[in-house]
Design a protein around this ligand. Structure first.
Ligand code: GAL
Length: 396
């Protein structure tokens, strides 16, 4: 079965946009194999938009741009496969891709056949230039059927930016992941907005079809194709990665792996985080509480208080993992440090149960011992805490 767990890989769009070519993709394949990404689980290497010529050939087939891909796609796919990776490509449900290249509306079967003949294992399928008269659901269904008709196992990554509430129907048309939001930008506001927009859809994701909150920008540092606004700090990128793992969604890296800061390599290969993302039960996190944060207001203007209230800025989550483990997260989306409260009764452990949680900090590895009754860590602004827990008796 395809996509038993949230798919993991690398996609060219966030950093390279239209500046893609054969040697770049081979270099990424080498790095994914040599630098531990493949062994950590990142298996799909995906070329996004801008790989083809502007016209189909005489037989109506898509043609790779010979300047960018002089050896053709089959040769490149063979190389990617030789590194123990899977090969992904991109097309679109409309009449042109977002960047204006030919796409698959009314060419679904011939294009699926072409992709299969090249050895493609993953198709990202976008939604630009979709005819007003077209029916979105049917067209995704058509491409899904076209991919199946090839007889090749091809992961169908449907990208329609959350239009037409895809969380309700993408699983039913055979998609293996569906983009649920607009494009991520490489800044803090963008990824926190994306995450918050999906709070009600985290459960619309499980084995075989996952909510896709878009490719990661972790480690991009403002460089590349989606840099906009303030560059993220290490803690902000860590929050992005940890939230995606907590949500159990696809992990498609977007940074330039040729010069990624080793801290981000370590973060995106963190075994505990990947284990949480890839947990076999694929359960969504349980939102314990969304709360406000009270922060000081040191120089109040007239009519203001010496404190300020920041709305909907703290989030506490609890996620059931397999084999008796749980993840517990405290997220501070405000700019002010805050103690975030969690009474264990709110996650189903009243004091009278006599039970406690044995807690380990995922980011530091520190064992924090047993927590019963409550656990209220201090979380800096724009940061989060993530713990792995097990149930234990409060007194033993
Ligand atoms: C957007 C899509 C992006 C990227 C881009 C390519 O519609 O959301 O992820 O694929 O098109 O033009």
């Amino acid at each position: 079965m395809i996509a038993q767990r949230p798919p993991m890989g690398w996609n060219s769009w966030n950093t390279f946009g239209d500046k893609i070519n054969d040697s770049l993709i081979r270099e990424m394949a080498d790095l994914m194999a040599e630098k531990g990404y493949r062994d950590a689980g990142y298996e799909y290497l995906v070329i996004d938009d801008c790989w083809s010529l502007r016209e189909r050939d005489a037989e109506g087939r898509l043609v790779p741009d010979p300047q960018k891909f002089p050896h053709g796609m089959k040769d490149l796919a063979d190389y990617v496969h030789s590194k123990g990776l899977k090969f992904g490509m991109y097309s679109c449900a409309g009449v042109m891709t977002c960047a204006g290249y030919p796409s698959s509306y009314d060419h679904e079967f011939v294009d699926a056949e072409t992709f299969a003949s090249w050895g493609v294992d993953f198709l990202k399928y976008d939604f630009c230039h979709f005819p007003e008269t077209g029916d979105c659901r049917t067209r995704y269904q058509t491409m899904s059927m076209a991919l199946k008709s090839t007889g090749r196992d091809i992961l169908f990554s449907a990208c329609n930016w959350g239009q037409h509430e895809p969380w309700y129907w993408m699983r039913s048309v055979g998609a293996h992941m569906y983009r649920s939001t607009g494009d991520i930008m490489d800044n803090y506001i963008s990824f926190t907005d994306i995450f918050k927009s999906q709070l009600n859809n985290l459960g619309m994701s499980a084995n075989g079809c996952f909510n896709d909150m878009d490719m990661l920008t972790v480690g991009m540092g403002g460089k590349g194709n989606v840099g906009l606004g303030k560059v993220c700090t290490y803690e902000e990128y860590r929050m992005q990665f940890a939230l995606w793992c907590l949500a159990g969604v696809p992990l498609m890296m977007g940074a330039d792996l040729r010069n990624l800061d080793p801290r981000y390599l370590a973060l995106m290969q963190n075994r505990d985080l990947i284990r949480i993302d890839q947990d076999e039960e694929c359960r969504p996190p349980y939102l314990i509480r969304k709360g406000n944060i009270t922060a000081s207001n040191p120089n109040p203007k007239e009519g203001e208080y010496p404190w300020r209230e920041i709305k909907d800025a703290s989030f506490t989550f609890f996620r059931h993992l397999s084999h008796g483990e749980f993840a517990l997260a405290y997220v501070n989306m405000s700019d002010a440090e805050s103690r975030i409260h969690c009474e264990l009764v709110d996650l189903g452990l009243p004091v009278s149960s006599g039970m406690a949680l044995e807690i380990r900090d995922v980011f530091t590895g520190e064992q924090l011992g047993k927590k019963a009754d409550y656990f209220n860590p201090v979380v800096p602004g724009h940061d989060m805490k993530l713990y792995l827990c097990r149930l234990t008796k409060a007194r033993e």
